[in-house]
Design a protein around this ligand. Structure first.
Ligand code: IMP
Length: 208
């Protein structure tokens, strides 16, 4: 199995995700530069799964930069909405990436179904990660965290749908947690968020 070291490209133009990725990669001594910083073009995400879209982004960035590239595709799936917004989670924020708006939209759709009881408001975050090398070799993993959608959204932390999502086994939403709690990083070290769980699987395969 090939190991990752030195300089890699993080294939994202999303500042929130870049910050999280850097924090997750830092302990492994991997220096992360972003696709945005290198001025790489953003490929079209034409895949129908999280894994396919992560692979498209990682292969495009590795090909364009000549460096190993690391990409994530993630989103939130709501059981009562047939898994929506899923791979379209970013798009539900609209051109202004307004996730208060996206959370209101989810809430309206749930209310229209009378979904007020917690068991009717199940959701899960998914993070698919792909590391691709310029020669086309790639490693893919996926992480998931299940929980319940709360209303109204709570907490100023994180990004995207965090304020609406209360992970199983916790009273607070991701929006009310510190990054250490959300990801379950040391010293808590429980691997909570979808991204941290995917990352742990990836670390086993290509890091350390
Ligand atoms: P993409 O992976 O760039 O297509 O975007 C995924 C979208 O899903 C983000 O813009 C967020 O709205 C949402 N999302 C992904 N991960 C998280 C998370 O950890 N917290 C909150 N929202 C997330």
């Amino acid at each position: 199995m090939r190991r990752l070291s030195g300089r890699i490209v993080v294939a994202t133009h999303n500042a929130g995700k870049l910050k999280e990725m850097r924090a997750l990669l830092a302990p492994y001594g991997v220096e992360a530069v972003s696709a945005g910083e290198l001025g790489l073009p953003e490929p079209e995400e034409t895949g129908t799964t999280f894994a396919a879209n992560a692979a498209i982004k990682a292969h495009a960035a590795a090909g364009a930069s000549g460096l190993p590239a690391f990409a994530d595709d993630s989103g939130i799936c709501v059981a009562a909405l047939g898994g929506d917004p899923g791979i379209y989670s970013a798009r539900w924020g609209g051109p202004d990436k307004d996730f208060d708006f996206a959370m209101r939209r989810i809430e309206e759709l749930l209310q229209a179904q009378g979904a007020t009881a917690p068991e009717t408001r199940r959701a899960w975050f998914v993070s698919a990660l792909c590391v691709a090398w310029p020669d086309g070799h790639a490693v893919e993993v996926e992480g998931r965290v299940d929980g319940t959608l709360v209303h109204p959204p709570r907490g100023p932390s994180g990004f995207g749908y965090d304020p609406m999502f209360r992970p199983d086994g916790h009273e607070r939403t991701f929006g009310e947690m510190t990054p250490e709690e959300k990801h379950g990083l040391p010293p808590l070290g429980l691997g909570l968020s979808h991204r941290a769980r995917a990352f742990a699987a990836l670390a086993e395969k290509v890091l350390g």
